[in-house]
Design a protein around this ligand. Sequence first.
Ligand SMILES: [Ca+2]
Ligand SMILES: [Ca+2]
Length: 349
Amino acid sequence: MNKQIRIFIYFTLILTNLGCSLELPINRSFKQCTKTANITSVSTPLTPLDLSLNIIGNTTDIDTVVWFITKGGMEIFRSNALANSPFSLTTPTLTEDGNFTITARITDKCSDRYEITTTYSYFSPTVLNISMVQVEGGTFQMGSSSGEADEKPTHPVTLSSFSIGKYEITQAQWRAVMGTNPSGFPNCDNCPVEQVLWDEIQVFISKLNRLTGKKYRLPTEAEWEFAAIGGLLSKGYTYSGSNLIDEVAWHGANSGKKTHEVGQKNKTNELGIYDMTGNVWEWCSDWYSPYPKDPSTNPTGPSSGTVHVLRGGGWDSGLPNSRVLNREGSVQTVLRDSDYGFRLVMSQN
Ligand SMILES: [Ca+2]
Ligand SMILES: [Ca+2]
């Protein structure tokens, strides 16, 4: 036993005998601060105003927060230091399109400083002014008598008038609605969005319709085929708008194995529509199934199935798959393919 301990015990015994107690300072507590990990959005950001709904998830130990918004590394907004929970980002005025980084610079009650960030895309509603082409309704022979088995038999279909997108839906349009870009060939605002699943397109459409007050939807397979062959103006071309595929389409032999900006071919089809052959395959609303032989009006396909219809061929397709009457079906829950995209239609009523 060393000298200090002996002295400590000696004085403790004296103090105890005098009715005093002595405690070592072992019960002092230290403040523990837990770092907050993420920024949460209460709703999906759709407009600049929704930035005000960005909050820090766990606000337990926060003392102050300063919010920053940057674009391309340049600071465009900074809040005052906020000292009250929930430390929401106050509404900044954003008037330009683009991809933004939102940063919360946090000081916690232990005086530690750290930052958490999230990203945000905003595109003004003008990007959602989707160019549409009117397709006058009528009766046509759907399918082919000489193509693959699933293109037979030809059968009469009567369609009401509708409008259809002049272009495939672009990455900028998808991002303006969804805040994300799933494309395999990204960083090209005017290229078609791809790697989109059929179910995700339904979410896109419902949000788009809420934003625009319109009633967009995917085309039925019959509407897609009627528009692609040129509607009542059809000249019966092998590809949408020409028998010479290079005039109208990005396909496996001329695409450079990638998507291209929509509407870049000099020639449209008979109705003025771009890229119905090639660039990206286009999802239709129907379940894929054999054609009926009986005449029908505004057919929507069977009520259930396992795969949805894709039409038109894409940037990687050979000539047989690029034919305007060719059909494919794909398991949308499995495949996330960089040559699957879509365009929209609207009923005319
Ligand atoms: Ca296409
Ligand atoms: Ca086929």
